[in-house]
Each structure stands twice: as structure tokens, then as C-alpha cells.
Write a protein that binds this ligand. Structure first.
Ligand code: AP5
Length: 218
């Protein structure tokens, strides 16, 4: 199955993509993670993306289309993928359509995680942090490690926060979403493969709703 998870920053795309990877063996293709890895590796793409991402703006279509195009051909992606954070503009959606047509692959569903509450989105991202070693996610208000300062999963004592999770960058990320990405809701509705899910529900209920939808589509 080939899926897109569409939604504003903090709507739960990454969280639900990880659940789908664990339960259904699909490969998560997160353009945000790919760009952060490029930054950590100090590649040319990473260096170009660093300041743009920290400010909350979108990286250019050419760059992200290029990294998705390379990744989608990898053998592990043949079983199926979940695009998390891509496409994000109408230009990217057109590029993806061509990429899939050239490879005789199809898109099964675009799952929209609908969260019509900006305060909730800001609350979710501004409190989050991850273990620097294993990537386990935590949140200042909703999920602290059992032993303060020690990762539950791997015991590491180092944690990190994303530069673009500040309140200032979040305003720009939300603006980019409403201006550049939300037109994709109409685009995929017209194509008949958009499935909205209530992203304000708790994580387990969102997971259940997505699972039910995918069982019906299978
Ligand atoms: P990216 O890394 O894709 O970030 P994002 O889309 O802004 O989304 P987030 O990762 O912040 O949120 P999410 O929806 O995945 O939610 P999550 O599950 O983490 O992009 C970052 C930047 O990279 C962009 O701004 C841009 O610069 C660049 N970029 C990336 N792709 C690009 C593209 N295609 N084109 C151009 N530029 C691109 O959850 C968030 C928090 O909420 C967590 O703490 C989680 O535990 C919690 N949570 C999740 N679900 C629930 C729930 N149901 N109830 C309560 N809490 C929840």
C-alpha cells in the first residue's frame, strides 16, 4: 500500500507513520527526517536547508522532489510507503504523480489528519523533545521519562529539541501549511482519494481510525 499522511505541523503524521511501520511493514518516508539527516551529515543539501528549516519556511520543491525520487527507488520501499510531510505544495503533488506514473505505481490513499486548533498544534510541538541517542519521543506536559533526565528506552541522559519547534518558527510553519499545503486537500478530494481523520482524538483512537480505514481499502 502507498499512502500519504497530510496535516499541519504537530498533527501527528510522524507518530502515526511510526505506528503504521510497526504494524503493517510499510516504510516511512519523512522528508523532514531526510533533510535533518542531510543537515547532520553536512551535505550540500543539508547546509542549504538548515536556515530555511530553522525559520519554519519550506525548502524548495526541486530539492525535496529530488530526495524523494532517489529514496522511492530503494528495494525496501517496494512493499509500500507512507509519505510523511510530502507533498507539501501543488508542484510537489504534480511531481509525485509523475514519479509514480513513470514507475507504474499508484497511490492508495491520502490520509488527512485534521486538527482545526492551532493552540493545540503549538502546545504539541513546543513541549516535545527526543532522546539524542535512540530518538524516543517525550513531552514536557504529557510524557516525561520515568526517571527524570534518563531515557526510558536506552538509558541515555542526552536529549534534544528541534530548532523549528519555537513559538516563532511554529507561526511561520502554520502559515506555510495554510498557504502552500492546504490546497492539496481540494486537489486530492477531486482525485477521490482523500480520507479525513479526526487528528484531535487521542493517539490510540487516531491509530484505530486509520487502521479501520486501511482494512476497508485493502
Ligand atoms: P517535518 O519534519 O515534516 O515537520 P512538520 O510537518 O512540521 O511536522 P512535525 O514533525 O512537527 O509534526 P507531525 O505532524 O509529524 O506530528 P508528530 O507526530 O511529530 O518538516 C520540518 C521542516 O522541514 C519544514 O518546516 C520544512 O522546512 C522542511 N520540509 C519537510 N518536508 C518538506 C517538503 N515536502 N517541502 C518543503 N519543505 C519541507 O507529533 C507532534 C507532537 O504531538 C509529539 O509530541 C506527539 O507525541 C504529539 N502527538 C501526536 N499525536 C497526538 C495526539 N493524537 N494527541 C496528542 N498529542 C499527539
Amino acid at each position: 500500500m502507498n499512502l500519504i499522511l497530510l496535516g499541519p505541523p504537530g498533527s501527528g503524521k510522524g507518530t502515526q507513520a511510526r505506528f503504521l511501520t510497526d504494524k503493517r511493514g510499510l516504510v516511512q518516508l519523512s522528508t523532514g527526517d531526510m533533510l535533518r539527516s542531510a543537515m547532520a551529515a553536512g551535505t550540500e543539501i543539508g547546509l542549504r536547508a538548515k536556515d530555511i528549516m530553522a525559520s519554519g519556511r519550506l525548502v524548495s520543491d526541486d530539492v525535496v522532489n529530488g530526495i524523494v525520487g532517489e529514496r522511492i527507488d530503494a528495494p525496501d520501499v517496494r512493499k509500500g510507503f507512507i509519505l510523511d510531510g510530502y507533498p507539501r505544495t501543488l508542484g510537489q503533488a504534480a511531481a509525485l504523480e509523475k514519479m509514480l506514473a513513470d514507475r507504474r505505481r499508484k497511490l492508495d490513499a491520502v490520509i488527512e489528519l485534521r486538527v482545526d486548533d492551532d493552540d493545540e498544534l503549538v502546545r504539541r510541538v513546543s513541549g516535545r523533545y527526543t532522546c539524542a541517542k535512540c530518538g524516543e519521543g517525550y513531552h514536557d506536559q504529557t510524557k516525561q521519562p520515568r526517571r527524570p533526565g534518563v531515557c526510558d528506552k536506552c538509558g541515555s541522559t542526552e536529549f534534544k529539541r528541534r530548532a523549528d519547534d519555537s513559538a516563532e518558527a511554529m507561526k511561520i510553519r502554520l502559515m506555510a501549511y495554510y498557504k502552500e499545503t492546504s490546497p492539496l486537500i481540494g486537489y486530492y478530494t477531486c482525485k477521490g482519494n482523500l480520507f479525513p481523520i479526526d487528528g484531535l482524538a487521542d493517539m490510540a483512537n487516531v491509530e484505530r481510525a486509520i487502521g479501520g480505514l486501511l482494512d476497508k481499502l485493502a
